[in-house]
Design a protein around this ligand. Structure first.
Ligand code: AMP
Length: 364
């Protein structure tokens, strides 16, 4: 089978690397001439709204999927008239707009923090009234890695943020005093089978994911069961085929959904070494109509993103249990250049290895 992938970033590159052992082939589509997937697969360069090129791209692939969620939904629908597109464009559409996403969570009884749309300065007062302060004002679409977000302590901050957003549709949501950030990655097959990975704990800095610990320390069955029930209800709503991730805030014993990603997710990279079938493999199995693989963890893992510049690779590789993944990108501040997963059989061994890796990745 040949899989067409919209977006040619590191997620696409890791999809291809997981797919070759299954006998799959790939064709990527990305506007950038030097996207990370180009080193491992056929790559088409084109705009996401170039219908002529998209039609040619679809001709000769068996299924289309995406590794980037800001593909115009009209383009996904255009492709779906020609070739199966998984996950369905409806799920992509819901995940592209924070208001739709939060409304979806509410309709599925997935707990989420309070929110209100803000279209102009006039909406600020009623939105604050509903949401309370402090709050976070976010652009409804195209925000990522903490971009397009303003923490609001008073109505004046909101007015300034609305000006800075220059007419973009916004969402005000309550600021959550969370104990920690978690996420759940799950997959649904075309036949309706679902598998969820263990709940993981994420540490962000300046809105960018730095570290994922799998499983989340002190993970209880109740917490895992709640997160699984939330992600499965979202999967079922769309008759979803592929991997879906939901980012969560933990407050006491409660989980609040922050956002979802209709694709393989950075907080699931540890599954390459930490499970029998990684998120990349299971996404491909799902979209290609193959049986799903086990999502059960093998041992314990911690993933570190390599951001902005690469650490000393030899020192990293000298740590037992380390697996290095570089994406072939040139260094730039804030850019995800690769990741490293450290694996161990026991918590004690993992904690020791984490300390070692952290020193190399983030020397203070
Ligand atoms: P997001 O783009 O929504 O994933 O936000 C990026 C990061 O900003 C999150 O992972 C949190 O660390 C932080 N953040 C986002 N929304 C909130 C919120 N409502 N309350 C507190 N922190 C938040």
């Amino acid at each position: 089978m040949k899989v067409g992938v919209l977006g040619g970033g590191q997620l696409g590159r890791m999809l291809a690397l997981a797919g070759y052992p299954l006998g799959l082939n790939f064709r990527f589509y990305d506007p950038a001439p030097d996207a990370p997937a180009e080193h491992v697969a056929e790559q088409w360069i084109g705009a996401f709204d170039d219908r002529e090129k998209l039609a040619l791209f679809a001709d000769g692939v068996d299924v289309v999927t995406y590794e980037f969620e800001n593909v115009p939904v009209e383009s996904a629908r255009f492709l779906a008239e020609r070739v199966p597109v998984n996950p369905a464009p409806d799920a992509l559409e819901a995940a592209q707009d924070r208001l739709r996403e939060k409304t979806l969570f509410e309709s599925l009884a997935i707990p989420t923090n309070r929110f209100a749309p803000v279209e102009s300065a006039r909406d600020i007062a009623p939105a604050i009234e509903h949401v309370g302060l402090p709050a976070v004002l976010k652009t409804r679409s195209l925000g990522y890695d903490g971009k397009g977000q303003w923490v609001i302590g008073a109505a004046d901050d909101a007015r300034r943020a609305v000006e800075a957003a220059r007419g973009a549709a916004l969402l005000l949501e309550s600021f959550v005093q969370f104990e920690r950030e978690l996420s759940i990655v799950a997959v649904r097959s075309a036949g309706g089978e679902t598998r969820a990975y263990e709940l993981v704990q994420n540490r962000h800095q300046a809105g960018i994911l730095r570290e994922t610990r799998a499983p989340a320390p002190n993970l209880t069955r109740a917490l895992q069961a709640s997160a699984e029930s939330y992600v499965v209800s979202a999967l079922e709503r769309f008759g979803y085929v592929g991997v879906l991730a939901i980012e969560l805030f933990q407050v006491g014993e409660k989980l609040l959904a922050n956002e979802m990603a209709p694709r393989v997710h950075n907080s699931g990279h540890w599954t390459i070494e930490g499970t029998a079938a990684s998120q990349f493999e299971n996404h491909l199995r799902a979209v290609c109509g193959l049986p799903l693989g086990s999502s059960a963890s093998i041992g314990r893992s911690c993933m570190f993103n390599l951001i902005g510049q690469l650490p000393d690779v030899s020192s990293l590789l000298a740590v037992d249990g380390v697996h290095l993944h570089l994406y072939g990108k040139s260094p730039r501040p804030g850019r995800k250049l690769g990741h490293v997963t450290v694996w161990a059989e026991t918590d004690d061994a993992l904690v020791e290895r984490i300390a070692h890796v952290r020193q190399i990745v983030e020397p203070s």
